[in-house]
Ligand binder design. Structure first.
Ligand SMILES: Cc1cc2nc3c(=O)[nH]c(=O)nc-3n(C[C@H](O)[C@H](O)[C@H](O)COP(=O)(O)OP(=O)(O)OC[C@H]3O[C@@H](n4cnc5c(N)ncnc54)[C@H](O)[C@@H]3O)c2cc1C
Length: 409
């Protein structure tokens, strides 16, 4: 059996580890544009100099030898002919396969901003190559504008702190980390970033970049008319799945990305997909799990994706710890909201019909374990006898008639 995996990141690497559990003999070829294995989640620490390239690697240092993989580094998949089981690579090379895994992730979406087409000093924040460029930027630039204040934009701003540059964050949303936080929790970070000298502009977009005769952006015009000085522009506001090379393949694609089922199988029975390439759940743990599930099925096992991590985020920017679960801003009046807000600790639980649908913890995540138990066990919070935020693990233990302790609510 010959397996070809495209992509050497969360989904692809974990797929190979899983594949080798079931098939030690088969041939495994890994094709990736990336020349090294690294975690995108900690790229900002490479930007700030806290980590070396080696310390971004989340796999074994001798991964390809250990798993007996022929790794074609720095190569690009440019086309696919599923009927012939042929993957087309750059340089007009063709690679045959029996089973193929597409784990190509996504790329930064460059929005159609006036003036941007003529500009050269802008970039996304996704690949190690982006960060290599950005590491050099503070040597020449003084004003960096970051478009997007989601997890990636905040990573980027954090990476630039203490590098002698002025960073401005711009976002259409009314506050940062808008998908994960409510306004109260966001305020803690907004104030902390302000104290670190980060300028922030919310509820506005970028309507124009002004470019000089050397194709360099020197000013950014916001939708409310504000003009910001800018020597480098970083775009983190959107992504698109890496499916361009599949356009003529006949594989089913949605407007978000590659379509595959719970076992990872695409519309072709010998082609699988995993990770961000689906455009569905673009977080690390989902990519890892999907890669493992797809690989097991490629090797003849029967596994399905059962865990969905849709909206759990844990973050620790500027030393402030926050956990966000599910829906944190109630969509309508049918929800009950319980809040604890004291001495730098903020806790919020959103429930509907007694069932928790979302929660936020900031400043102290100790309650996270209890909360996750309540969510997993679908505890009816209307029946809780004590104040919600005073429940602790001991409330889950009960003595049975035979004097054994049982872990139940
Ligand atoms: C800055 C940043 C911070 C993040 N922080 C978090 C976080 O804190 N928590 C969290 O859960 N998630 C985070 N994420 C998201 C997480 O990194 C992704 O969900 C995860 O990397 C997806 O893994 P993947 O394997 O699907 O794709 P990717 O990591 O995108 O990797 C795709 C792979 O495919 C290769 N490739 C692409 N196209 C081709 C082609 N045509 N030919 C050959 N090779 C190709 C690439 O070189 C790469 O090796 C972050 C992402 C970024 C960018």
């Amino acid at each position: 059996m010959k397996y070809v995996i495209i992509g050497s990141s969360a989904a692809g690497i974990n797929a190979i580890r899983e594949l080798r559990k079931y098939d030690q003999e088969g041939e495994v070829v890994l094709v990736s544009r990336d020349q090294s294995i690294y975690s995108r989640c900690i790229l900002h620490q490479y930007l700030s100099g806290e980590r070396t390239l080696e310390r971004l690697n989340f796999a074994e240092p001798d991964f390809d030898t250990l798993y007996n993989v022929n790794w074609m580094k720095g190569r690009e998949a440019v086309g696919l002919r599923p009927a012939q089981h042929i993957l087309e690579l750059d340089g007009k090379e063709e690679l045959s396969y029996d089973r193929l895994l597409i784990a190509t992730g996504s790329h930064t979406f460059i929005p159609p901003i006036k003036g941007l087409q003529e500009a050269e000093n802008y970039i996304g924040f996704r690949n190690i190559d982006d960060i290599e460029v950005l590491r050099e930027v503070p040597k020449k630039a003084k004003h960096i504008v970051v478009l997007g204040s989601g997890l990636i934009g905040i990573d980027c701003a954090t990476g630039f702190l203490h590098m002698g540059v002025r960073v401005a964050l711009v976002d259409f949303a009314d506050w940062l980390l808008n998908k994960q936080l409510d306004e109260r929790a966001a305020r803690t970070y907004i104030d902390a970033f302000k104290a670190q000298g980060v300028d922030q502009y919310y509820g506005v977009g970028v309507s124009e970049v002004r470019v000089d005769e050397n194709h360099q952006i020197y000013e950014i015009v916001l939708s409310d008319g504000t003009v910001l000085p800018c020597d480098y522009f970083v775009i983190t506001a959107g992504v698109r799945s890496n499916v361009e090379f599949l356009r003529d393949s006949g594989l089913e694609l949605s407007r978000f990305g590659l379509v595959y089922d719970e076992s990872g199988r695409t519309s072709d029975p010998d082609v699988y997909g995993a990770g961000d390439v689906s455009g569905q759940s673009p977080i690390w743990p989902a990519a890892v799990k999907e890669g493992m599930v797809a690989a097991a099925n490629m090797a003849g096992q029967r596994k399905k994706m059962t865990d969905y991590f849709a909206s759990k985020s844990t973050m620790s920017f500027l030393g402030i710890h926050t956990m966000s679960l599910g829906i944190v801003t109630p969509p309508d009046d049918s929800c009950r909201v319980d809040i604890y807000d004291k001495d730098g600790v903020y806790k919020k639980v959103v429930s509907r019909d007694g069932v928790i649908i979302g929660a936020l913890l900031q400043g102290d995540l100790a309650y996270g374990g209890v909360l996750q138990q309540m969510i997993a066990r679908r505890i009816d919070v209307t029946r809780v006898k004590k104040p919600l935020f005073e429940i602790d693990y001991s409330d889950f233990f009960h003595e049975k008639a035979n004097l054994e302790f049982a872990y139940e609510f």
